[in-house]
Write a protein that binds this ligand. Sequence first.
Ligand SMILES: Nc1ncnc2c1ncn2[C@@H]1O[C@H](COP(=O)(O)OP(=O)(O)O)[C@@H](O)[C@H]1O
Ligand SMILES: N[C@@H](CC(=O)OP(=O)(O)O)C(=O)O
Length: 453
Amino acid sequence: MKVVKFGGSSLASGVQVEKVYQIVSSDPERKIVVVSAPGKRYADDEKVTDLLISCAERCLKGEDTHDLVDTIVGRYQSIAEELHLADTIIRKVKDDLLSLLASDKTNPSAFIEAVKASGEDNNAKLVAACFKHKGLNAHYVSPKEAGLLVSNEPGNAQVLPESYERLYALRDQPGIIVFPGFFGYNTDGEVVTFSRSGSDITGSILANGVKADLYENFTDVDAVYAVNPHLVSHPREICELTYREMRELSYGGFSVFHDEALIPAFRVGIPVNVKNTNNPEAPGTRIVSERKNTNGPVVGIASDDGFCSIYISKYLMNKEIGFGRKVLCILEDYGLSFEHIPSGIDDMTVILRQSQIDETLEKEITARLIEELHADEVHVEHDLALIMMVGEGMRQKVGTNARASMALANAHINIEMINQGSSETSMMFGVKEAVEDRAVQALYEEFFSTAKV
Ligand SMILES: Nc1ncnc2c1ncn2[C@@H]1O[C@H](COP(=O)(O)OP(=O)(O)O)[C@@H](O)[C@H]1O
Ligand SMILES: N[C@@H](CC(=O)OP(=O)(O)O)C(=O)O
């Protein structure tokens, strides 16, 4: 049995949904189909999820939402029309959206969550109607009915372990199940969404729940490439990756697969296959527990921006018991999460997502670090990008760091910081955002150009 997930790009138009139907109906093992909301049809298009968020926010401010409701319903309508579906389904989509917008707003966050999740929910109903119309024995299943329970963290839900046992019962339902991605229900029966692009997570949870043989994740590229295809043209395709490599690369910036979507499948050893809806014959990329290291030390290079670092220096920091804990307690006081902490004998750097702090908070934290911890020096660096070089092969290969540093030096790129993960499957370089793209290109050239591998 396979769980198959189709992303927003695979469901953006009637033509795309037709391809999805062909893929699902061509393999009887494809039993559970997880869908995202309709995504972008072209580069400047808007995702239905973004439209829904704007709509909910406007509604909370008491502003008019007629035009947005029309645009959102219009997206479903054009898909239904292309597929010659009866308009009853579109009337249901519109009624559902209008009743959600008219619902209780005393908890604004819960209101936004419900409106946001309707993108996937209505699309699952539409896709199920399309499959049925074409003669497939398919039906929509709600995450509530299936028992997909999640924590009450709006926009960042985590699956509750008891969900897995409940989801197992989906195996016994006859026909094809069309399941909306991106959200579950808290124990009070309210909708809570995963983080953005979280339909990948739903697919992985269902694959675990039903103990699928394979989780197929359909998107709009032939494979996971060794580097973001927007930075290097025709990058090398990756045939096989380990869960750990993919998690590091997804975290590092490969938006093709959500970093939180690896764990549920990994826990029960279900392989993941990333494939292209527009070219389903291509083998895609397989994510597995172990792979043979036949293709050099580095398997992929990812990057992400929007980081800042707090540099703290104090003589004899290494001997001061509890120094690190005290630093983290100060950050905790402000509800800040940190990403990495490279450290030396007398210094440490805490790397955070920049969006979490503003100038006032920055000054307050700096003052506390100096006053309470008697730090000799504290300064904050902004606008950093983190580049993750990932590969299980790095563990055995001597000199990878030196090669990377040299490649960056030759490209006149200053390395602000280096951190090697304890697993030795990743190496992280901090650079200024302004040189991020050039840095990734230089590293790609070093590790993937045919002349050097
Ligand atoms: N290393 C990479 N390999 C493949 N695609 C990548 C990579 N890094 C970024 N991407 C981008 O991820 C996109 C697919 O992810 P996404 O737009 O979320 O798809 P979906 O709509 O299927 O969920 C690709 O079109 C590509 O632009
Ligand atoms: N529609 C949601 C969830 C999702 O997974 O979408 P996509 O498959 O288009 O990345 C979002 O935009 O975040």
